[in-house]
Each structure stands twice: as structure tokens, then as C-alpha cells.
Design a protein around this ligand. Structure first.
Ligand SMILES: Cc1cc2nc3c(=O)[nH]c(=O)nc-3n(C[C@H](O)[C@H](O)[C@H](O)COP(=O)(O)OP(=O)(O)OC[C@H]3O[C@@H](n4cnc5c(N)ncnc54)[C@H](O)[C@@H]3O)c2cc1C
Length: 638
């Protein structure tokens, strides 16, 4: 299979403009005849569905929550990037592009990233017009703060609730289209397969989660905006329901899965406290604007109250190791540094896995009320969970799984290799290379949904105007529905004696220990075998109560976990294959003075994997990355 990324010719800064000026369009009269299915109502899905509806397409939008505005995007805290340069601190579209390419450790496509930086400016204007209450300076302009891996302030925010406010904006836009009849919303529906007819995506099989009934929905094109797969690790900062099923079913039908092992471990999360925990809580990266990260210099001080450790006995290790960026180094670097000091025995909780994030200097400098106005809700959340007051005692934090840079392979049009099947937002692999910069996921989701997909999807749909509405009596729908039903019955009939969560927790432990913050060949080989064994056991011994035709959340979880087993194995295979360290992928064998050692000669490509059957070796396709504008170099934040 030849991978064509369809990057337009011409100068980097002109590619998107030229593309938009010359691409195919669909006339308003024809749009009314074309059906588009959007899976997901997070920032990517809601913005795409609303925009496609406004353009005149007939849209069906699906989510598994009871309302579109409960999508995982609502949890996003810190902010959204845009190259507005309101601060006049030297920002520009090129600088946002450059920071993103460098932050991703030179493993993303130049053309996609430049387009993202261009579009970032429009996103803020659109959101302001919707009424998103971004923080403002005293003069009325929108305020900005800094995020990791950059030296300018370009992050727009609404306290620590940016995702919520942006999602309410997108939800308002979506609701307007629902009311006008251009979008039909299917809450509490889970897509369980994509239907492919004559090589094109033509619909989905969905389960109504309230009644348990399977439904067939046909369309001229299907857009997956189904989010990321960090929950394969069981413990992550993702919403409990986030899962890989939509993307994985597409993968099983032939869509390539790109860079699955590129996982982002976020440095500032509330540490794990015990075996019964099922969720981890993020403390936003924005806190590193004013919080200083440290551990005691001496191991014997690690459990002393922090106030009793004098300044000269504290190791502000990020400021020491990376003076140019200090506490605002990118996430992969900050996470690994925390692991190093904890592995040295200087972690500040009993388990040894935590470091301090300390606001005392900022409070002395700026006053408590300024800190409260910037981060008040995050401080409250921290106090409610830990019973510690972060205004008085430093927060204790540790890295946790947070985001997945990998996802369905897409070309410049955001199309997978299956014609008519698109992937946007966190569900695709596109723009962040091996490490995403903070506040860039919201930017990408809204860029894809509001501005990119509505243009690029016309390249496919313009040739479909003579295709009648898809008939869901087609054999392909029948077969897909039968397979879905069969899998659900199979899960229910096992009647074993371990719960879905028991297996998920065990899978998560394998993934975290052997394919987490650091990986090596021996561990990865072991992990593959362990995952296969655990998967076999799951299919013989899981207990799923109830029946298919009812609300059955254990059945939902079991189906999602079945897909996680297959994905987990692919992540391990991908990590094994990539014999280099880059961004969030840290192979212990490939390091230089403790830092990631990339191998551009042999691994300057996107890994796009083809499914060949459960437990079989997948086929690797390589998309070579071409850098014409930025010269890949060793990332330095020192
Ligand atoms: C705690 C936290 C804080 C964050 N803070 C920030 C931040 O400050 N800035 C930033 O840029 N990024 C942040 N991120 C990352 C960012 O929130 C996500 O990457 C982004 O919101 C993903 O949006 P999405 O639209 O792609 O997917 P999601 O918001 O995950 O939405 C997925 C949608 O797909 C639907 N869905 C999934 N599968 C199916 C299926 N099979 N059938 C039907 N529907 C389905 C779901 O119902 C949902 O509607 C944060 C992440 C976390 C976890």
C-alpha cells in the first residue's frame, strides 16, 4: 500500500491558502442531498457537526454521553494556543509552527502543523464571537499565559475551565443546527462498527445504550471525532468513558493506525494513592507558570514537612537542569526528570513517587488573591481531593498518562486511507509528533472541526453528488450488525469469575510498567506475551452480568476493553519497532546523557500499521517525513 499524504505543492505559507482557493466545492443544492455521520461531540466533533450542518449537509452526530456537552473535552483546564501575539512578545504563526514541530521532537508533518498555526488565529475570533468568556487584561484585550516548551505567552484561557467554556461555545453552535434540523443528535449511542461498501465508508452500526438495540445508519461519509485512548493504561487523567472502540473498529476494517506508542505522560497530576483508585486528576500545566518544582537534595529529608527544609537543601531540579525554560520545559522532559529524581530516592511521599509544586514564592511576589484569580478552581479541586491547602503547603504531584499523540493515520485532508472515512481531533495522529505541547489539543480539535474538515471533506463529497442515500438493507450492514451482536453475546455468555475492571487494571499495569514513561526491548517483548495471555484469559473468564437488550454499562466496558487488549499489543509492537527515543517515546537503550536520542537516519517516518488479525503481526507502512523549512536538531531546552 502506498501512503499518499497529499501535501499540496508550493511554499509552506501558501499551501493552505492555495488549497482553499482551488479545491473542489459542493453547491448548496447538492449539500442538502449528502449525509454525513459524525462520531463524537467533544470539541472536534461538535465543531465539525455544527459547521457541516451550517454549510447545509445532512448531519447525524453521535455520542455515548447523555448530552453532547458532557464529552471529555469539558475537562480541559489550562487553555488554548493561538498565534495572536497580543503580548507583543515576539510570537508569530511561524513561531507557533516551529515550537510545535520542535516540541513534537521532529516527528510531525510540516504542512499540517503550519496550517494549524495559521488557523489558530481564526479559532479565537470565532470563540469570542460565540461568547466564550476568555480571561482579559485590565485594558480589555484577551489575556495570555505561557505553557511548556515555548518562550512566549500565547495561551488563551478561562480560569482553569477552558475546555468547559469552549465546549459550551461549540455546543451552542451545535444546538442551533439541531434546532434548525440540519443536525440530528444521537445521545447515548455507541458506534460499534463502521460499514464499508465497495471500499468506501458508508455508515455505522450503533448501539442504543438505553435500550440495547442495534441500529444501522447510512451516510455518504463518516467522520470519527471519538477522542484519545489513554485509558488503555486504566489509570489516566482522561474521563472514565474515553475509549478507543470507534477508531479501533475502523482499524479492523482497514484504516491504518499511526504511531500508537506515542503517549503523553503529563508531569503534574495528583499522585496515585492506592489500589482501589480508578481515575487520576490533572493539575493543569498552567500552574508551572507560577509554581516551582522541587525535591529535597538529601534523601533523608524526603518525608520531612516541606516548610522544615531550608532553601539551600532544596533541589529545584528543572531550573537547575534546564535554565533556559526552567519549570516550563515540555511535558515529556518534565515527566522524565521527575522520574529520575524519584528513582534516586528523593520522592516526597511514602511510595517515593511524588515531587513538590510550590507556590510560596509566587504568593510572596504577587499576593494570594492574584494566585487565586489565576488558579483558584484548581487549588480548590486539589484541596478537596488531598485535604492539603496549596496556598500554605506545596502541592504533591507526579506524572500520569494524559494524552495520545498516536491515532488513525490521516492525510492532509484528514482522510484515513479508507475513502469517505475521516478522523479529527485526538482520534487522529496528525499534528503533535512524538510529544504534544500544552494547550495545543484544544487548538487542533477546533481547527479540524471548524475550519479544516469542512473544506477538505468536499474533495470526497463533490464526487458523491450522484450517489443516492445509502440503503442500510445492504449485505455489508447485515454482516456488520451480525458481527457486533455476536461479540456482545459472546461477552455475556462467558460467565467467568473476574470483573471487567480486574482485567483492565491488570492490562494497565503491564502497559504502565513496560510501555510507559520508559521502555526497553526486554520489557516490551515480555509485555506482548503478557498482554496476549491476559487477553486469552479475559475471553475465557470475564464476568459480564445482564443482557444485551437493556442498559448495561458492564457490557459497554467489556467491549471497550476487548479493543484495548488489541490496541495495547499494537502499542508494544510499535514501541519495539521504533529503536530510538523521541518525545514521549523513551527507549532506555537510546539515550545521550540521560536525554532522548533520536535516530533521524532510520526513524524519520510515521509508522502506520495495518491490522492482519488478532494476535498476528501487523504490517508496517512508513510515511517518510520531509523537513524543508525546519532542520531537525537535538532538542535543547537548556
Ligand atoms: C484533564 C485534562 C485536561 C486537559 N486540558 C487541556 C488544555 O488545557 N488544553 C488543551 O489543549 N488540551 C487539554 N487536554 C486535552 C484535550 O482535552 C483533549 O485532547 C481534547 O478535548 C479531545 O477532544 P476530542 O473532541 O478529540 O475528543 P473528546 O472530547 O474525548 O470527545 C470524544 C467524543 O466522542 C464520543 N465517542 C467516542 N467513542 C464513541 C463511540 N464509539 N460511539 C459514539 N460516540 C463516541 C464521545 O461520546 C465524545 O462525545 C486535557 C485533557 C485532560 C484529560
Amino acid at each position: 500500500m502506498k501512503l499518499d499524504s497529499k501535501i499540496p505543492a508550493g511554499r509552506l505559507e501558501e499551501k493552505w491558502e492555495n488549497y482553499r482557493s482551488k479545491c473542489k466545492l459542493v453547491s448548496p443544492a447538492n449539500k442538502r442531498r449528502l449525509d454525513v455521520i459524525v462520531i463524537g461531540s467533544g470539541l472536534a466533533g461538535a465543531s465539525a457537526a455544527a459547521t457541516l450542518g451550517e454549510l447545509g449537509y445532512k448531519v447525524k452526530c453521535f455520542c455515548f454521553q447523555d448530552s453532547p456537552r458532557r464529552a471529555h473535552s469539558i475537562a480541559a483546564q489550562g487553555g488554548i494556543n493561538a498565534a495572536k501575539n497580543y503580548q507583543n512578545d515576539g510570537d508569530s504563526i511561524y513561531r507557533l509552527f516551529y515550537d510545535t514541530i520542535k516540541g513534537g521532537d521532529y516527528r510531525s508533518r510540516e504542512a499540517n502543523v503550519h496550517r494549524l498555526a495559521e488557523v489558530s488565529v481564526q479559532i479565537i475570533d470565532q470563540c469570542v464571537a460565540q461568547g466564550v468568556p476568555f480571561a482579559r487584561e485590565y485594558g480589555g484585550l484577551l489575556a495570555n499565559r505561557s505553557f511548556g516548551g515555548v518562550q512566549v505567552s500565547r495561551t488563551f484561557y478561562a480560569r482553569g475551565q477552558t475546555g468547559q467554556q469552549l465546549l459550551l461555545g461549540a455546543y451552542s453552535a451545535l444546538s442551533r443546527q439541531i434546532a434548525s434540523g440540519s443536525v440530528k443528535m444521537y445521545n447515548r449511542h455507541e458506534m460499534l462498527d463502521v460499514v464499508v461498501i465497495d471500499g468506501k465508508a458508508r455508515g455505522i452500526i450503533a448501539r442504543n445504550l438505553i435500550t440495547g438495540k442495534l441500529e444501522r445508519h447510512g451516510a455518504h461519509a463518516v467522520v470519527l471525532a471519538s477522542g484519545g485512548y489513554g485509558n488503555v493504561f486504566f489509570l489516566s487523567t482522561n474521563a472514565m468513558g474515553s475509549n478507543v472502540t470507534a477508531a479501533w473498529k475502523a482499524h479492523r476494517k482497514g484504516a491504518l493506525f499511526a504511531n500508537p506508542c506515542f503517549t503523553q505522560i503529563h508531569p503534574t497530576c495528583i499522585p496515585v494513592t492506592g489500589g482501589y483508585q480508578s481515575k487520576l486528576t490533572l493539575m493543569s500545566e498552567s500552574l508551572r507558570n507560577d509554581g516551582r518544582v522541587w525535591v529535597p537534595k538529601k534523601k533523608e529529608d524526603r518525608l520531612k514537612p516541606p516548610q522544615q527544609i531550608p532553601e539551600e537543601d532544596r533541589d529545584y531540579y528543572l531550573e537547575r537542569m534546564y535554565p533556559a525554560f526552567g519549570n516550563l520545559v515540555p511535558r515529556d522532559i518534565a515527566s522524565r526528570a521527575a522520574k529520575v529524581v524519584c528513582d534516586e530516592g528523593r520522592g516526597v511521599v511514602k511510595s517515593g513517587y511524588a515531587v513538590y509544586l510550590d507556590f510560596s514564592d509566587a504568593i510572596k511576589r504577587l499576593g494570594k488573591s492574584v494566585i487565586a484569580s489565576r488558579y483558584g478552581n484548581l487549588f480548590d479541586m486539589y484541596q478537596r481531593i488531598t485535604d492539603d491547602n496549596p496556598y500554605e503547603t506545596p502541592m504533591k504531584i507526579f506524572p500520569a498518562v494524559h494524552y495520545t499523540m498516536g491515532g488513525l493515520w490521516v492525510d492532509y485532508d484528514l482522510s484515513t486511507n479508507i475513502p469517505g472515512l475521516y478522523a479529527i481531533g485526538e482520534a487522529n495522529f496528525s499534528d503533535h509528533g512524538a510529544n504534544r505541547l500544552g494547550a495545543s489539543a484544544l487548538m487542533q480539535g477546533l481547527a479540524d472541526g471548524y475550519f479544516v474538515l469542512p473544506v477538505t471533506i468536499a474533495q470526497f463529497l463533490a464526487d458523491e453528488i450522484r450517489t443516492p442515500s445509502v440503503n442500510t438493507d445492504h449485505k455489508a450492514f447485515e454482516e456488520a450488525e451480525a458481527q457486533v451482536s455476536e461479540q456482545l453475546e459472546r461477552l455475556l455468555n462467558i460467565k467467568g469469575n473476574k470483573s471487567v475492571d480486574d482485567y483492565h487494571q491488570a492490562l494497565g499495569k503491564i502497559m504502565w510498567d513496560k510501555c510507559g514513561m520508559a521502555r526497553n526491548k526486554q520489557g516490551l517483548l515480555k509485555a506482548r506475551k503478557e498482554i496476549q495471555d491476559l487477553r486469552d484469559e479475559f475471553w475465557q473468564n470475564v464476568y459480564v452480568p445482564g443482557t444485551q437488550l437493556e442498559f448495561n454499562s458492564e457490557l459497554e466496558k467489556a467491549g471497550r476493553l476487548a479493543d484495548y487488549f488489541e490496541l495495547g499489543e499494537l502499542m508494544v509492537i510499535d514501541a519495539l519497532n521504533r529503536e530510538e527515543s523521541c518525545g514521549g517515546h523513551f527507549r532506555e537503550e537510546f539515550t545521550d546523557n540521560g536525554e532522548a536520542l533520536r535516530d533521524d537516519e532510520n526513524f524519520n517516518f510515521v509508522s502506520a500499521w495495518e491490522f492482519t488479525g488478532t494476535g498476528n503481526d501487523p504490517v508496517l507502512h512508513r510515511e517518510a517525513l520531509v523537513y524543508e523549512n525546519v532542520k531537525p536538531s537535538t532538542r535543547s531546552y537548556k
